[in-house]
Ligand binder design. Sequence first.
Ligand SMILES: [Ca+2]
Length: 165
Amino acid sequence: MSSSFIFTLICFCIVQTSLGYYDLKNVAYSKKVTLSSRYHHVHYPGWNAVNGRLTDFAHSGHERSPWLRIDLGKNFRIHEIEVFARSDCCAHQLHDLDVKVGKRTHMMLLCGHFTGYTKVGGRMAVWCPSRTVARYVQIQIVKGVSNYLSPAEVVVWGKPIHGGF
Ligand SMILES: [Ca+2]
């Protein structure tokens, strides 16, 4: 993985997205993460999914519909959410994701869905409806009866509601 790409993830560079926004930043970087369960042998904390590195990963326990939720700390206008698969192996672990956002954890709305599998080191992306505002972002596997959720990184491109970081 090139250092310039990692720099893009962690240094909040101003980016131009496919829709032409220039002021979006990765508002998930270093925020609080909750995993639905914990992998039993080795601890791969949820924080690994927001640390700006694609060389490590968070890892849930074995369950039907594991999820990972990021608390952005406050409401942001959310534009795009990217989920990166592990770069060492096991891309099949990341598949059929619901991506939900909400201002409260009990009021999450579907922002987008990704059907199928990624490849090793692959990327899933969903774009939220225009003017989506949320504090929480959650990804969850919604297909299959026995799954691990092991994203290398979750990037949330967003911006403050009233300007200024
Ligand atoms: Ca990571």
